[in-house]
Design a protein around this ligand. Sequence first.
Ligand code: ADP
Ligand code: MG
Ligand code: MG
Length: 246
Amino acid sequence: MLKVENLHVNVSDREILRGVDLAINDGELHVVMGPNGSGKSTLALTIAGHPRYTVTEGRIFFDGEDITEAKPEERVRKGIFLSFQHPVEVEGVKVINFLQRVLKNLRGIDEIEAYDMIFKAVEELGFDSSILSRELNVGFSGGERKKLEMLQAYLVKPRLLILDEPDSGVDVDSLKVIAGVIARLHSEGTGILLITHYGRILEYLNPQRVHVLKEGRLVASGGMELVRLIEEKGFAAVGENGAAVK
Ligand code: ADP
Ligand code: MG
Ligand code: MG
């Protein structure tokens, strides 16, 4: 479904990604871990087509189609959905109306049907429906923001969901809820690229593959044993070509 080939990306004329290769098949859950500043958000935003990130070399394919130069909206239409690390606050827009608009734009669902879908989704996920009548992200706690993002993803049902640190700044209870939605989407067939720098959320998930990004390169790919190695010894323990550093 997603194929990233030898991806080199510049931000403000500085090379941040230095030759990333990544392939995610339909419905697979892949995890990218890495220290702060290694380029994780750059990878997520580049796949989503953010204009600040310039691809200087390499290609991005989605369903075999070259989308390296495609506009962000085109990628969204193809089913690529990025959940932001820092969502914006919008005063005067209620969550319910925002979600209705999202469903209209992305799935062509009319307002009335969307209304029912949204309430049903809130119930299915065990969320408190009072969130729907609040203003978009205004005064939301970290956990509430993340829950809203997950609700949005759950409604959109993208082909590929990119989550940039959905576990940052949330308490254990919210973490479980967020992991639950990810697991549910995964079981329904959504492909997921999950970016995190903690292993904790992975206790609730069953990833097909774990990758380690350091200084703009994927230095290791493997299974949960990589997560355990990082938890025990830190990112310093994973060296070039995935060799465990003694
Ligand atoms: P991570 O998400 O792994 O913490 P980022 O992709 O956010 O890493 O950042 C990687 C590097 O790119 C950092 O050194 C960061 O300072 C730099 N960078 C990211 N975005 C920008 C930007 N918009 N302008 C300038 N530098 C940036
Ligand atoms: Mg290269
Ligand atoms: Mg980041």
